[in-house]
Design a protein around this ligand. Structure first.
Ligand code: SF4
Length: 218
């Protein structure tokens, strides 16, 4: 979607009395949507899912971007404390059941947000994975909400053209070879032959955390 269309869509949601929120992982490529939103309406809450496993660089970068873009960034996290997030052998869940770990730390807290708001502005792009390619710009989500995907038809080339044009900052780990950055235990550097999402949950048959598979009405 072009920026004027995104603006128009957000205005039409608001005219219908719908409440809006967004989420972000604060990676370099996520900044484009955040920058666009900051120029349309910087009061829209941008939730950061604090799993407790983020790289310290991501947390610091999030604070910097909130300040520089003037965004209303809000942290949210699981209601289950870390000491309870263990398997029967006492290991933290990301080591043995990452799907459940992602559910507790990402999907469940976002599901709670869907009970409060009407529209989830979500920056997924079709070129990131087959799951995302199959999504629509507007999709029904649980609790009678709408997922709005304004970046769905943007690709990496267009994203980086925007970043250069607006001189947006880069996540500090980009320079160290990371491209898709999530929680520290489940992220690795990208090798030249790997696709973007393969840098996550490396070696496992998992490319999504559940936000884009569970929180979509099927
Ligand atoms: S990405 Fe890894 S550490 Fe983060 S919530 Fe998912 S399994 Fe847990």
């Amino acid at each position: 979607m072009e920026i004027a269309e995104i603006k128009q869509k957000l205005e039409s949601y608001k005219a219908e009395g719908k409440t809006l929120f967004s989420t972000s992982s604060f990676q370099t490529h996520s900044l484009v949507m955040l920058h666009i939103l900051s120029r349309i309406d910087n009061t829209i809450p941008i939730y950061f899912l604090n799993t407790g496993y983020h790289f310290p660089e991501t947390v610091a970068f999030k604070d910097r971007i909130a300040e520089e873009f003037g965004l209303n960034v809000v942290e949210t996290k699981s209601t289950m404390p870390r000491y309870m997030q263990k398997d029967h052998a006492g290991r933290l869940l990301f080591t043995s059941d990452p799907d459940h770990c992602c559910y507790i730390n990402k999907t469940a807290p976002t599901g709670e947000l869907l009970k409060t708001y009407d529209v989830w502005i979500n920056g997924v792009r079709g070129d990131q994975s087959a799951t995302r390619r199959a999504m629509d710009v507007e999709q029904e989500a649980p609790h009678n909400t709408i997922r709005f995907h304004p970046m769905l038809d943007w690709n990496m080339k267009k994203i980086f053209a925007y970043i250069r044009e607006h001189n947006l900052p880069r996540h500090p780990l980009d320079a160290k070879g990371y491209l898709s950055i999530g929680c520290e235990p489940c992220t690795r550097r990208l090798d030249p032959e790997m696709q973007e999402r393969e840098a996550r949950w490396f070696g496992l048959n998992k490319v999504e955390c559940g936000l884009h598979t569970d929180l979509v009405k099927k």
